[in-house]
Design a protein around this ligand. Structure first.
Ligand SMILES: *Cc1c(COP(=O)(O)O)cnc(C)c1O
Length: 393
């Protein structure tokens, strides 16, 4: 039945509504301090570690529940990634971190990376105090928390550095941010990645909108030009060596890390969309959609929200639900045309129940449903309906 309908976008896609303003304010990670707009969150992580002078013979603490894209930037510095435990709700296990920081011999821990999973804040004051007590840096991974109010401060305000992924929150083909509330970023100089990248970003941003039935008028107006572009593109692709990638792997949902993107600025088109977007609108709609899904989920057998409530100040990335039979539920939802993300699945090689039973469970059982600001009411209704059907049959 769903095949006759447009697909539902997992991530925000551009439409005219993307530029609507909403009264009121909402802070973004960019408000936390100095910022550099790069092409991905993983590049921002690598830059933060580079600024901190992290290198071989040192350790960087990462959560045992994680995105595979967080590990290669650590390895690129030469440091050893080490995984700390999280609780059943993905909260950082402060006792486990303290134990790892206190180890007297061997490689020194330089950085603790704390991830605000799905937009829900980690215990920042406690993490900050722990890091200060041991003289290590705190890196806030705000890949899931571009917008928020964490005890009156924007995401990223507690860390030495923060890394964010603007493409997870805005209708962008690429985009990340390195932010620091505590250190200057004068040494982080960026340059334009070139006309091929600028063009590819602009066209992909539009075409993703078109693919999901947005910007119909523009699509018709641009159709002749886009046909020409497709021809030119194919000709170009045939001639180009594969090494000369026009865009980073991060833009095509890969986990790879390519240091050639470390000094590249986010595309003009992405920076414009970011500047013209209203964080208040994004936060209000994401919260509304999240609460609608929470309502749809209530009482369904075999699944429950990861978090019992949506606290004030949280602007969710996805709606995380915990399923008893995640493979079956994911299959049923995908069959019904509902896109989803299995964040942290699989975990980095070697991270398992022995490292952290909760991380292993979260990795297997959590499904992330879209709740972004560009979902239409009809699309949300389809997701809710598919959930009810998938859970009850
Ligand atoms: C996506 C993600 C990153 C990396 O962000 P990219 O923009 O994809 O490079 C880092 N940490 C977490 C927790 C993520 O989910």
């Amino acid at each position: 039945m769903h095949s006759s309908l447009s697909p539902i976008p997992l991530a925000p896609v551009l439409s005219l509504a993307s530029f609507r303003r909403q009264a009121g304010g909402a802070a973004t990670v960019l408000d936390a301090g100095q910022a550099r707009l790069v092409t991905s969150g993983r590049v921002a992580i690598a830059l933060a570690l580079r600024e901190l002078g992290v290198g071989a013979g040192e350790r960087v603490l990462l959560p045992a529940y994680h995105s595979a894209s967080m590990v290669p930037p650590v390895q690129w510095t030469g440091a050893t990634p080490e995984f700390y435990r999280v609780g059943a709700d993905a909260r950082a296990d402060l006792d486990d971190i303290a134990t790892r920081l206190a180890q007297p011999a061997g490689a020194r821990v330089r950085v603790v990376v704390a991830t605000h999973f799905f937009g829900f804040p980690q215990p920042l004051a406690a993490l900050r105090a722990l890091c200060d007590a041991h003289g290590v840096a705190l890196l806030e991974d705000c890949a899931h928390a571009f917008i928020g109010d964490f005890d009156g401060r924007p995401p990223g305000a507690w860390g030495d550095y923060a890394a964010a992924s603007s493409m997870k929150f805005l209708p962008l083909y690429e985009g990340g941010a390195l932010v620091s509330a505590r250190h200057g970023l004068d040494r982080v100089t960026l340059r334009a990645a070139g006309p091929g990248f600028e063009l590819k970003t602009a066209l992909n941003t539009l075409q993703r909108g078109f693919a999901f039935g947005r910007l119909r008028g523009l699509r018709i107006a641009l159709a002749p030009m886009l046909r020409l572009q497709a021809l030119a593109w194919n000709a170009l692709k045939r001639r180009r060596r594969p090494a000369a990638a026009l865009a980073p792997a991060s833009s095509d949902s890969g986990y790879g890390f390519d240091p050639r993107w470390l000094d590249k600025r986010s595309a003009l088109c992405s920076r414009l969309i970011l500047a013209l977007s209203s964080p208040a609108r994004i936060a209000a709609l994401r919260r509304r959609n999240y609460l609608r899904l929470q309502e749809a989920l209530a009482g369904l057998p075999g699944l429950r929200p990861l978090h019992a409530r949506l606290p004030d100040g949280v602007c969710p990335w996805l709606f995380p639900l915990v399923a008893d039979d995640p493979d079956r539920l994911a299959r049923r939802l995908l069959e019904a045309g509902v896109p989803l993300t299995r964040f942290g699945y699989p975990l980095w090689e070697g991270v398992d129940e022995r490292t952290c039973p909760h991380a292993a469970h979260l990795s297997r059982h959590v499904l992330g449903l879209p709740c972004h600001q560009e979902l239409r009411d009809a699309e949300l209704a389809r997701i809710a309906q598919a959930l009810r059907q998938a859970a009850s049959t």
